[in-house]
Design a binder for this molecule. Sequence first.
Ligand code: ZN
Length: 139
Amino acid sequence: MKAPKPDDPRRSALMARVRQRGTAPELAVAAILRSLGLAYRLNVRSLPGSPDFANKHRRWAIFVMGCYWHHHTACRSATVPKTNEAFWRGKFAANRLRDARAVRSLRAAGYRVLLVWECEVDAPDDLRRRLQRSLNRVA
Ligand SMILES: [Zn+2]
């Protein structure tokens, strides 16, 4: 399920703040983690940025990022609407800044932080290998 891309900035700003839960990319990541036998908690609000998946004991966290809202660099889904373009560029920049701040805080607390982009789910074998490689070192 792709996030909708409404053209009304006020409505869109509201939607961007509410991170979507239980989206297809998140379900795909959950299935991979389970298949790797990795225990996790969902939507961990006690950690910076409320990671989608985290294991506090093993100290890793995963953010599943929508390519549009979080403006994945060089991704074809990271488009900028032609109407209200300045607003949108500011909005995406603010999202990126917030993401970076959460990642920095977690890394400072000794967490291994992984960002999984929505488009990576299109290549599940590659994603599985990446998660396995990154998390097996700490799991
Ligand atoms: Zn992407």
